[in-house]
Design a protein around this ligand. Structure first.
Ligand code: SF4
Length: 142
């Protein structure tokens, strides 16, 4: 069975959010065709199903349980703290995720190496929570 298409209302809402957040965080949409749309679609589907924009690029044993935490609600903690979007919704102009602020051992750094932030003056609104996030990350699967 094909997954249900998200509603137009949620798609519009998630496009609007994504454009605004990219602007606010000094990031770009991926230049590859369809990359951004597929993530927006995933967010919109979660909006329809859960009433929250849960990150669509992860597996959750229990989505209802997951939305009780802020961790993977878009923009997720990795994005707000480290400016890292593993879904590639918010990237640099070349479509690479920004990794320069990630802590050692984070999967983003291991996968992509160091990718510099094109606009260090923008985003990372929760940078002060990095230490607490690191303790939490070591307890939960990243
Ligand atoms: S990784 Fe974070 S910022 Fe990127 S789409 Fe998922 S929740 Fe949003």
């Amino acid at each position: 069975m094909r997954p249900k298409e998200p509603t137009e209302k949620s798609m519009e809402r998630m496009w609007k959010f994504s454009r605004k957040y990219a602007e606010k965080s000094g990031t770009y949409f991926h230049p590859g065709e369809g990359v951004t749309e597929s993530v927006v679609k995933g967010l919109a589907s979660n909006m329809d199903e859960l009433k929250r924009p849960l990150c669509p690029c992860r597996f959750y044993p229990d989505k209802t349980e997951e939305i009780k935490h802020r961790t993977w609600i878009c923009a997720c903690e990795d994005m707000k703290i480290y400016k890292y979007c593993h879904c590639l919704l918010f990237t640099n102009a070349e479509g690479m995720p920004i990794t320069e602020y990630l802590p050692e051992g984070h999967e983003g750094l291991t996968t992509y190496g160091v990718v510099k932030d094109p606009h260090p003056d923008k985003g990372r609104e929760s940078a002060d929570k990095a230490e607490a996030r690191e303790i939490e990350r070591k307890k939960r699967p990243s």
